[in-house]
Design a protein around this ligand. Structure first.
Ligand SMILES: Nc1ncnc2c1ncn2[C@@H]1O[C@H](COP(=O)(O)OP(=O)(O)OP(=O)(O)O)[C@@H](O)[C@H]1O
Ligand SMILES: [Mg+2]
Length: 303
């Protein structure tokens, strides 16, 4: 049954530009209905992967399947079910928002005016639909780009950096919009290096660097990993020496005058007991907030 097929699947996917591997044997599966984050620093290979997923460029090796069908040989079957926004949308500034949707609709073989009204509603541009796009804000242009991707009412949305260039209010609007699309049952695949974004809306994330998958996990699993504590003491260097003798304290270090360490069994109270028993009375012990940004930096620290 086609409904059981994953929305997106990359199998051993690679792309070489000359000698450089932009994407390196990527294996990835996104299930139906997921709001999936595809994260990586600049140059990690996100856009290259997305271009292969959309059949815009050919893989050097491996394949991409969308909704169960291999993309390169089934473009006419697959692409009508996909909506995509790759980098900045190529909108016509001298046309109105509505006329942009009509023009892109024509490229799809025609979209009924009723659907254009619906899309304008979804992207909250109903009141501004007759204004020229060149008078739109960045956020409005980005929403219109998403509107283009929604014209064919796709099952899968592939969005390359949809938050690009948006201010905080625009980011909140985009986030709400993506959430409501996922709530309708669409699969949403978004690439980003705006990690705080992805943390708030995605259920699972893949982190890539130098074209390679380095982590694939539910967001909560990344965030729930045992955290670190920061300790204020009189002699941080001596404490670090003592901590590093402990099996749980191997990664102890000093940052900005504070000692950063894991705790026995991840428990703050056990850490405090250890400090006191070893004569390092702490002035304060605090659990560090771990967000995806920290995890991302620790995983991609070489770039
Ligand atoms: N057409 C091309 N020709 C040669 N090299 C390319 C081409 N497109 C991308 N690359 C290289 O492939 C690597 C991955 O680029 P890609 O655009 O996929 O990264 P990205 O993760 O989308 O980065 P960003 O966050 O900056 O958008 C980079 O080293 C880039 O220079
Ligand atoms: Mg990119």
């Amino acid at each position: 049954m086609i409904g059981a097929q994953p929305a997106f699947r990359a199998i051993g996917l690679s792309k070489a530009y000359g000698k450089r591997l932009a994407v390196d044997r990527l294996d990835l599966q996104v299930d139906r209905g997921e709001l999936f984050g595809f994260l990586g620093p600049n140059g990690a290979g996100k856009t290259t992967t997305i271009r292969m997923a959309l059949g815009l460029i050919a893989p050097t090796n491996g394949t991409v399947e969308i909704l169960g069908a291999e993309v390169r040989h089934n473009r006419s079957k697959v692409l009508p079910r996909v909506g995509a926004l790759v980098e900045s949308p190529a909108l016509y500034g001298y046309l109105s928002g509505r006329n942009n949707l009509r023009v892109f609709g024509d490229l799809l073989g025609g979209v009924p005016e009723k659907r254009i009204d619906e899309v304008l509603e979804i992207i909250s541009l109903t009141g501004r639909d007759k204004d020229k796009v060149k008078t739109y804000s960045m956020g409005m242009k980005q929403r219109l780009g998403l509107g283009v991707a929604l014209l064919n009412n796709p099952d899968l949305l592939i969005l390359d950096e949809p938050a690009n260039g948006l201010d905080p209010a625009g980011i909140v609007e985009m986030r709400d919009l993506l959430r409501s699309l996922a709530a309708e049952g669409k699969t949403v695949f978004i690439s980003s290096h705006v990690l705080s974004e992805v943390q708030q809306i995605c259920t699972r994330v893949a982190i890539i660097n130098h074209g390679k998958l380095i982590r694939l996990a539910p967001v909560h699993e990344l965030l729930d990993a045992p955290g670190e504590f920061e300790i204020k003491v009189d002699s941080p260097d001596a404490l670090v020496v003592a901590l590093r003798l402990q099996p749980w304290g191997q990664e102890a270090r000093v940052e900005h005058g504070l000692v950063i360490t894991r705790a026995p069994q991840g428990r703050g109270r056990d850490l405090i007991a250890f400090l006191v028993q070893n004569g390092h009375q702490p002035d304060s012990v605090g659990e560090r907030q771990r967000d995806l940004e920290d995890i991302f930096l620790s995983l991609t620290g070489d770039s």
